[in-house]
Design a protein around this ligand. Structure first.
Ligand code: F6P
Length: 537
């Protein structure tokens, strides 16, 4: 492989003075630099990417072995090398097998657990499985990270399909979270789902014990109203949750990739088996597309290449994810874990230093809210923030199509404004039309200049159905995978979260005063002293 990174940077630098808007002198640009698949349209024409860039990016993907690595993942090979595990969240949504890990077909186990989850979810929904006070009115999912963000995001996204009990998600160890969540709930009609792959995560276990204590005075046996979603059935058993209500998954499912199986139980309870099946079918459709489409027409590959172009080639360190879809308001938080826990690493798979920067900082909020908050910086700040818009062609509120029209207009207008900008001459003309002249016109005009030429992509889908949501999540999962392969990262471990956890455990006795913390630095000691002085610990 020659120096493709160098070639890409040289290509980008050579075209740096060019306006994106001018690229549309080519009438075919929108068509050439977009991709349609299974009802989705990904438009990346409002970027500096041209045919030369695409061919270099595709050369990079091929040189890094994206196709072989993809096939190894779907084939159950041990591609999570630092943990010695296969990576098979795709098996959780597969319709049938065989899918083998170390020669053994995992699908019988997957299908059996899926059927158990569906049975349980339907029993909760139709009242065959009840709390001590009758049919469950509420379900509280206690989990954090991948055991919270995915199912919480998806449950909210599919609100129009909810026909089961209310779902609430608790994650933070801050007592405010569990306290506020349990407010107003009837302990006799609340099902508690403890979601933790390891069943050791301190936040989740603390919240689970607190919830059991909350329930205990009101029911004869709180554990009768608990279920567990975990790979550690033994630990769930020690907590008191009987095996028939423990839904397990294997170590080849990473936490942040786990909502397709038992960790998605809350979604199943909210929308029912048939809708959840559609959700899985959407993800499967994306899996097939990812496996079969040529790299040049492959949605996850294109999203990844656009990401690499903006981050590693052009040096833009953040990416804003801007869903013009209120029910995707938790998508940015979900993607923060998916992308940053997966690709936020400075060590390559082989232990060497990463040759290029790790994945970008991902952030965002739904539109149009963000427009009235941080878009100021996106439009006029000194740094360029590549933006990723998502929008549905159709809303879910037939009586409110005028809302939806406004929503779509705003989404498209933002990407247009980012690209087009407003020149000083245009700003001057605006000020002159308002009656200004002279120095005051010049001063006011300067503030109204938009540099423009700011890149964005748009993902347009028909409607946010369970099927579409499955497609979108699988699309992002695979995008993260492709980016990881290109960067040479193992996207499936997360060693960077460990140190803080260890130090928090060590600090607790210092906060109680049981240890003096003499080994701590001056800042930490002073903060501990101040917190202790205020009381309440
Ligand atoms: O601390 C990070 C992490 O391990 C995530 O990767 C994971 O999703 C989360 O904690 C929760 O872990 P568990 O499901 O084991 O409680």
């Amino acid at each position: 492989m020659g120096d493709i990174w160098g070639d890409l940077r040289a290509h980008s630098a050579a075209k740096s003075g060019r306006r994106i808007l001018d690229l549309f002198d080519d009438p075919a640009r929108a068509d050439t630099f977009s991709c349609r698949a299974d009802g989705m349209l990904f438009d990346y024409s409002k970027t500096q990417i041209d045919k030369g860039a695409v061919s270099l990016l595709l050369e990079l993907a091929r040189a890094k072995g994206v196709e072989a690595r993809r096939d190894a993942m779907f084939g159950g090979e041990i591609i999570n090398e630092t943990e010695g595990r296969a990576v098979l969240h795709t098996a959780l949504r597969a319709a049938s097998g065989p899918i083998r890990v170390a020669g053994e077909d995992v699908m019988p186990g997957v299908l059996e657990t899926r059927a158990r989850c569906f049975d349980f979810a339907e029993a909760v929904r139709d009242g065959r499985f009840q709390g001590q006070g009758g049919t469950y009115t509420d379900v509280v999912n206690i989990g954090i990270g991948g055991s919270d963000l995915g199912p919480a995001m998806a449950t909210l996204a599919l609100a129009p399909y909810h026909d089961g009990p209310r779902l609430r998600y608790v994650s933070n160890v801050d007592g405010a979270d569990i306290n506020d969540t349990l407010q107003g709930l009837d302990p006799k009609r609340t099902l508690v789902v403890v979601a933790s792959k390891t069943f050791t995560t301190i936040e989740t276990m603390t919240n689970a014990r607190t919830t059991r204590d909350w329930m205990a005075p009101h029911v004869t046996d709180p554990s009768a109203q608990f279920a567990a979603l975990s790979s550690a059935a033994d630990k769930a058993g020690e907590f008191g949750i009987p095996a028939e209500r423990v839904f397990g998954f294997e170590d080849w499912v990473g936490g942040r990739y786990s909502l397709w199986g038992p960790i998605g139980l809350g979604i199943m309870i909210a929308i029912g088996q048939a809708r959840f099946d559609e959700f899985l079918a959407g993800a499967r459709t994306m899996d097939t597309h990812f496996q079969q489409a040529d790299l040049a027409d492959n949605l996850p590959v294109l999203l990844a290449l656009v990401g690499v172009w903006h981050n590693q080639v052009q040096g833009h360190t953040t990416r804003a994810v801007l869903p013009y879809d209120q029910r995707l308001s938790r998508l940015p938080a979900y993607l923060q874990q998916l992308e940053m826990e997966s690709n936020g690493k400075s060590v390559a798979m082989d232990g060497s230093d990463l040759a290029v920067h790790s994945g970008p900082v991902v952030w965002g909020e739904p539109g149009t809210n963000g427009q009235h908050a941080f878009y100021q910086l996106i439009h006029q700040g000194t740094r360029v923030v590549p933006c990723e818009f998502l929008v549905a062609a159709k809303g879910h509120e037939p009586d409110l199509t005028h809302h939806h029209r406004l929503l779509v207009a705003n989404c498209l207008a933002q990407s247009e404004a980012l690209m087009r900008g407003r020149s000083l001459d245009e700003a001057r003309a605006l000020m002159a039309a308002k009656g200004l002249d002279g120095a005051e016109l010049e001063r006011q005009a300067a503030h109204r200049v938009f540099p423009g030429n700011r890149p964005s992509t748009t993902l347009l889908y028909e409607q946010l159905t369970p099927f579409t949501l499955g497609q979108i999540i699988a699309l992002y999962e695979h995008r993260v995978f492709v980016e990881g392969v290109i960067l040479g990262i193992n996207s499936f471990d997360q060693w960077g979260v460990e140190l803080g956890k260890e130090l928090a455990i060590a600090l607790e006795p210092v906060l109680t005063g049981a240890e003096d913390g003499a080994d701590k630095d001056g800042s930490t000691r002073a903060l501990v002293a101040a917190a202790r002085a205020a009381g309440g610990i």
